[in-house]
Design a protein around this ligand. Sequence first.
Ligand code: SF4
Length: 349
Amino acid sequence: MGVRNEKTILEQIAGAREKLGRELLLLAHFYQHDDIVRYADFVGDSLQLAEKAATQRQAKYIVFCSVSFMAETARILCRPEQEVLHPEPNARCPLANMASIGQVEAAWNALASLGRQIIPVVYVNSNADLKAFCARHGGMVCTSANVKRIFSRVLAQGTCLFFFPDENMGRNVSRDLGLAEEEMFLWDPEKGLDRAGSTSAEKAKVFLWEGFCIVHRVMVASDITRLRKKYEGITVIVHPECTPEVYSQADLAGSTNFIKATVDKAQEGSKWAIGTEWNFVNRIKRENPGKLIIPLREERCKEMAKVTPEKLLRVLIGLTSGELPGRVVVDETVAREARIALERMLEIT
Ligand code: SF4
């Protein structure tokens, strides 16, 4: 974007925002580019954004800058008379697309043959029909901010847990809660429950799905070793979507909001290696000039990057002319059920 063109877009966005006034609420995920974040009323992780959508009553229009499942979540949680708009409906989280309702239902039916009591828990990075599935089977949604609490709650009831679609997060949290490897079973849609030579499904307490975030998966344990060698005393903090190898070697782990809060309140002069999306790490670095902040890897989320100021402007201009570009619609039955699974999560949080 040229400087002149950028200025024009900035001015137009500012103008449209002013026109829409309090009717507009602009939400952005932490992984959005600065060119989007600077326009947002509120920036947060998926839990914070879900809570905002559920409690914000004033705005007529919620423009959601992120990937599509988050805009869908906002649609499910906000009031019927509010409209949710997404500047780029084709910005789709690859992790969310790694489990379809048909695949999950097939797995669920196979797991039923074990005769165990199993509660499904779905990561918020999922399509709405999977959230609805969880509601129908007594389960709920979780985010990276509350996953440990939700796993503990379910396992404390003596029930097993079926978690999808992020294997890494499920494995990391299960290990944190003291589960042994043989208590985790990785569901393989090809082989079902008959995985010769693998851990027996009978012993499992947590059933995992083979999904992963393509951004966090590229971070490897040798990145940590390299940075520890180079910067003595550096603290490594990572997102739980990282692989178990990275997660287990980090000093701290948690949601993006946890990462931000921890680094923000750290001592001046402290050194941090952060294992999550680059736009977010770069922003924390800028906001904390007195600390050494290094990304574990300079890895950007290409789907998040599909939301651009130009696309945001198109939505805002449409709204000022009485149109609803990028309007988010979720099937009514799916939305009603998915809402139950989201509300169960929000009650625990
Ligand atoms: S960072 Fe990973 S989990 Fe988040 S939207 Fe991108 S691909 Fe999906």
